[in-house]
Design a protein around this ligand. Structure first.
Ligand code: EPZ
Length: 416
């Protein structure tokens, strides 16, 4: 992640930005597509580093992939089934590699997946994934950093998730899609990316009902067929640009979005004093003449997204008064605090709660991205800080934001 990004602060953003396809829908659909024989074509897949790593993992297990002329991504698993072990080095590069577990068990009843890597925002356990896949008849052993999974006796099951884990819901859905009988996931994750996966599986011939609610019913089928499918726009990328408009005192039209995926973010931005309204081209965010303090609690969808927490913290660093952010999803997602403090922010952390005392202005500094969204939040701080901000490890940011330099420059930001 050694890239460095330099931003000259003080240039309000004006204009329009087009949002790319959702990273967290694209990654799971790329894994799910190995479950169908033949060529699957995915439209709107963002050209980001995590997608490139996912492509390398697919190629490594024998799947042919091509970026087509029209920008779509073709994925062709070999007829005889994929290699059932993902490469240790590659899989450690991103958390989403664990989604091959459900896809491989669904397709061929066996999978050897290395314990996933990804951003260090918490321990990232797999207990809920394992509980669900075991209930569906897989035997899973953890050894030498690998998960060895094999279907012993397929059986439909009713699975209760102690926490509405996105990845666990996705892995269970994929395996259950090919498990005979009716399985039920209770307390399922309700994120839009879950709905996109369900729509994609049904498009391939699966029978998934109730995605987007906390009860998902899946009737197993024998075969899934390939097809062409467009993934949803990225609500977190959209939210990041919405905050960029508010923090930089500009006005931006954010295009290619699904409004109701953004309601929690719109609500908080309005409370913080920004003017936000929907037009038929997208959402317009106009900075207020000041930033008002607000309290934020991150929660599973449809609560305020944890992936927007760092970005909100950057905005609230400049509010007129004190704000509070409670992080209820990950246990260690406040690394951004130390970096924002180097820029002059006044933030105190007590466990899962941070108190942000707004300051007059931030100052450019040499800071370090600690994960994808913290990196994005440092860009937001840099847009408005006095002087130059140098962000090290900016490679994290390129994992999840397609053409971010071009998009910000087109809006008037000064990046090097
Ligand atoms: C997905 O991660 C996203 N990643 C994350 O986005 C996102 O922050 C997260 O969902 C929550 O919305 C992808 O979709 C690739 P979880 P995931 O399982 O599936 C605990 C980004 O920046 N948990 O919903 O790993 C876990 O420790 C990334 O785009 C268990 O306890 O998230 C965490 O505290 C960051 N046991 C909470 O659930 C388990 O078996 C949420 O994790 C699984 C999870």
């Amino acid at each position: 992640m050694r890239d460095t990004l330099v931003i000259e602060g003080g240039h309000p953003l004006f204009g329009q930005v087009t949002i790319s396809g959702a990273k967290n829908a694209g990654l799971v659909l790329m894994a799910a597509s190995i479950m169908a024989d033949g060529e699957t074509i995915l439209d709107n897949v963002p050209r980001i580093r995590d997608v490139e790593v996912m492509i390398r993992i697919l190629n490594d297990i024998g799947v042919k992939t091509d970026w087509n002329e029209d920008g779509s991504l073709s994925i062709c698993p070999p007829p005889g089934g994929v290699k059932n072990q993902t490469s240790y080095e590659l899989a450690k590069l991103l958390r989403a590699s664990n989604l091959f577990l459900g896809a491989m068990l669904g397709r061929q009843g066996e999978a050897i997946i290395s314990m996933p890597g990804g951003c260090d925002i918490g321990t990232r356990p797999m207990d809920l994934h394992i509980k669900g896949l075991q209930a569906l008849g897989a035997d899973l052993e953890l050894e030498h950093g690998y998960i060895y999974a094999k279907v012993i006796k397929s059986n439909a099951a009713r699975i209760y998730l102690d926490f509405p884990s996105v990845g666990a819901t996705e892995n269970i859905m994929m395996m259950a899609a090919k498990t005979p009988g009716q399985s039920i996931i209770e307390n399922a994750a309700k994120e839009p990316e879950i709905v996109d996966l369900a729509n994609f599986l049904n498009f391939m011939g699966a029978k998934v009902r109730g995605a987007g609610t906390d009860i998902i019913r899946i009737e197993g089928v024998n075969e899934l067929k390939p097809g062409r499918y467009a993934i949803i726009p990225d609500r977190i990328e959209a939210g990041t640009y919405m905050i960029a408009a508010a923090i930089s005192k500009g006005e931006v039209l954010v295009q290619n979005i699904i409004p109701n995926h953004l309601h929690p973010i719109v609500a908080k931005l309005q409370e913080a004093g920004a003017a936000v309204h929907e037009t038929d081209q997208g959402i317009v965010v106009k900075a207020g003449d000041k930033i008002l303090p607000v309290d934020v609690k991150t929660l599973p969808y449809p609560g305020f997204p944890t992936d927007m927490q760092s970005q909100m913290m950057a905005l609230l660093s400049l509010a007129e008064g004190s704000s509070m952010i409670v992080e209820n999803v990950f246990e260690n997602r406040f690394q951004i605090v130390d970096e924002l403090k180097r820029m002059g922010a006044r933030i105190k952390v007590e466990g899962h709660t941070s108190v942000i005392e707004g300051v007059e202005s931030l100052y450019g500094a040499r800071v370090k991205a600690t994960d994808l969204r913290a990196g994005a939040a440092l860009i937001l701080g840099g847009l408005v800080a006095q002087g130059e901000t140098v962000i090290e490890n900016a490679g994290y940011i390129f994992r999840g934001y397609e053409n971010i330099r071009e998009k910000l420059t087109a809006l008037g930001a000064r990046l090097k």
